[in-house]
Design a protein. Structure first.
Lengths: 83, 152
């Protein structure tokens, strides 16, 4: 699965994108975020407050109970501030 | 209906002329132009860098433009949003809506900028005397967008 990070999630974690092999038990966005926290202390710090971690699956905004699978492109980012 | 995401500046007059040229059924156009401010939260801002999610940005802007078309009788609409490094006074975003009547043009333009602010994947980083900082989303932006939520 391809994971993308934007804005301060990118700078805190230190990479813009990474490819991960998803454990079988990770089936939705909420479980994915919890699992990503275990990858490094930087991930754990950046993802600590899930209220400011928004998620898109295949470029659509989704809630934490949205399903995820190995072929998905998943992006994690803070609330958007364009306009 | 057009969506453009670009680092270059845009010419508002030229865009207006292109939007309306040859379409004499248009009775009015509403334009919103967003600019980089030199102050934020009491601190001076010397520059702003906009990051976005290529691919998703265009998809989201096209989706909100389609939503505006579904809600109002529009002859045309245009969204241009810049990314990269900008300075105070620089143009960030243009939203233009054209309709036979002013009410549809005004309302749809307001809707588009309110929705864009909460749905389009852009993030602003400001350079201040204290250093660089990511802009936090405002609750008032969510409230502004919620105004346009249709009753269930």
């Amino acid at each position: 699965m391809k994971i993308l990070y934007f804005a301060w999630l990118r700078t805190k974690i230190g990479v813009a994108t990474e490819t991960v092999d998803l454990p079988a038990e990770v089936r939705d966005v909420g479980a994915l975020v919890e699992w990503l926290k275990t990858r490094s202390p930087k991930h754990a710090d950046a993802l600590a407050n899930s209220t400011v971690v928004k998620v898109a699956v295949n470029q659509e905004h989704v809630p934490y109970d949205h399903p995820v699978g190995p072929g998905d492109e998943v992006a994690l980012f803070p609330p958007v501030t364009g306009g | 209906m057009t969506v453009r995401v670009q680092s270059e500046d845009f010419d508002v007059g030229a865009e207006l002329a292109a939007l309306t040229g040859g379409k004499t059924g248009i009775g009015g156009v509403t334009l919103f132009v967003g600019l980089v401010r030199d102050m934020a939260g009491g601190e001076s801002v010397s520059a702003m860098t906009l990051e976005h999610y290529p691919g998703m940005t265009e998809r989201q802007l096209e989706a909100i433009e389609a939503e505006a078309r579904a809600r109002w009788p529009l002859d045309d609409a245009l969204i241009i949003h810049r990314y990269g490094r900008l300075e105070p006074g620089d143009r960030i975003v243009l939203v233009a809506t054209a309709s036979a009547h002013r009410e549809a043009a005004f309302e749809s333009c307001h809707f588009l900028i309110d929705w864009l602010k909460t749905k389009a994947p852009f993030w602003k980083m400001e350079a201040t005397p204290e250093g660089e900082r990511w802009v936090e989303a405002k609750e008032s932006d969510d409230e502004a967008a919620a105004r346009w939520t249709k009753p269930a």
